[in-house]
Design a protein around this ligand. Structure first.
Ligand SMILES: N[C@@H](CCC(=O)N[C@@H](CS)C(=O)NCC(=O)O)C(=O)O
Length: 249
């Protein structure tokens, strides 16, 4: 199976973590942002993660998690067997996918862009060299396309920060003193929250680390703030306890 990715994408990390957790063997094919369309369009998609097995394709991270879960051994399931708990896990996952993911991405890119072409260092060795060279050459245009596509402005990024903080507060409240969001086991709900917040935390167990570029002070300050937040600490703990072996990257 082939997982088509932009290696730093947090939805990709959600799918990658789930496949590894479920012990599904796959090969990751990383692409640079925007240039990934060549690979995804072949399978009728414009987004990553995209999982391909011969003629079959999964075009959404949640579909990939559901597939991974079917393959997972009984002790590594990501969705509870109990129908009510399963519904709860899916609802959390959907909520994080729709509300948290886009806000984290907008905020992370907005704070990372000032570093310029150096931000592409995080992709070095993980995507074809020619793609990286092309993105580097057309960097100002690429940034403009991304700013437009994801509506990334200073005002929108400020709004995203408010929403990310609110999502973190809501998770802390929902958890109370329980270790997991649903039932008493690690589930797709926990995994999705941790993976989607990861670009702002840079967990040591994440297979794509964000070290290398000289990040602006406000990007690093945000990482410190969220790493100290109870929800950030919880997510980092999930990485420490549940993130399986680093993949094929
Ligand atoms: N609902 C999708 C969202 C995936 C997504 O937004 N992926 C981004 C990368 S973080 C992407 O491929 N964006 C390219 C585009 O939208 O054109 C999923 O969960 O798989």
């Amino acid at each position: 199976m082939v997982l088509v990715t932009i290696p730093i994408s947090h939805y990709v990390e959600k799918a990658r973590w789930a496949l590894q957790h479920a012990r599904v063997p796959f090969t990751e094919r990383g692409h640079a942002m925007i240039l990934h369309y060549r690979a995804t369009a072949l399978h009728g998609s414009r987004t990553v993660p995209l999982l391909v097995d011969g003629k079959r394709a999964w075009r959404d991270s949640t579909d990939i998690l559901l597939y991974a879960d079917e393959q997972a051994p009984a002790d590594r399931k990501l969705y509870p067997a109990d129908p009510a708990l399963r519904r709860e896990a899916l609802d959390w996952e959907d909520e994080f996918d729709r509300r948290l993911g886009p806000q984290v991405r907008r905020l992370a890119y907005h704070r990372a862009f000032p570093v310029g072409r150096d931000m592409l260092l995080v992709l070095r060795g993980k995507v074809p060299d020619w793609e990286l060279a092309t993105l580097k050459a057309g960097f100002p245009l690429a940034i403009a396309v991304m700013r437009r596509g994801m509506n990334i402005t200073a005002a929108k990024a400020d709004e995203s920060l408010v929403r990310v903080r609110a999502a973190c507060d809501a998770v802390v409240q929902a958890l109370g003193d329980r270790p997991y969001l649903v039932g008493d086991r690690f589930s797709a709900a926990d995994l999705t929250f941790a993976a989607l917040l990861a670009p702002l935390l840079d967990p040591p167990e994440h297979p794509v680390r964000l070290d290398g570029p000289p990040w602006p002070a406000d990007f690093l300050a945000l990482r410190s703030e969220l790493s100290a937040h109870a929800a950030g600490r919880w997510a980092l703990g999930l990485y420490a306890r549940h993130r399986g072996p680093v993949g094929s990257l």
